[in-house]
Design a binder for this molecule. Structure first.
Ligand SMILES: [Zn+2]
Length: 141
């Protein structure tokens, strides 16, 4: 059985390929102790990629979700993984503070630099369009 000694992992926030993991420990035969194959293409932690780090300096990343399709206990998971609508936008801190309210919400967002928001709310606020139904339309790459 061959074990993989590299894996390409994805960014938690944007979902794009981010880092390459390399096995660090090998046995005498030169086989990695840990098979990294299962980690390939997965999100393994909440470290933002370079691009997302940049976004987080500029503002707060809003990730659209569909609460009805999400696991009811997603907020309690170690790596929260609600059903994502695909909406990804960044707003400035002061704009965030004007729009969002509620206990702990601002504190969370300022500290963690992102927040999951119901897609419907993002649409209601005019932050994203209803659906991405315009084929071929893309936002600045
Ligand atoms: Zn990213």
């Amino acid at each position: 059985m061959n074990k993989d000694h590299v894996a390409l992992v994805r960014c938690y926030f944007c979902g794009e390929s981010d880092r390459i993991l390399l096995a660090t420990r090998y046995n005498q035969k030169g086989e990695p102790l840990k098979d990294l194959g299962p980690l390939n293409n997965k999100v393994i932690d909440m470290d933002p990629c370079r691009k997302c780090q940049d976004w987080m300096k500029q503002g707060i990343i809003l990730l659209g979700i569909d609460p009805e399709k999400s696991d009811p206990v997603w907020e309690k998971e170690k790596l929260p993984n609600p059903f994502r609508s695909g909406a990804f936008s960044v707003i400035k801190d002061d704009a965030f503070d004007r729009i969002f309210d509620g206990e702990g919400v601002k504190e969370f967002a300022h500290k963690h630099r992102f927040m999951f928001v119901d897609h419907k709310v993002l649409v209601m606020l005019g932050i994203v369009k209803e659906t991405a139904d315009e084929e071929g339309h893309s936002q600045q790459g």
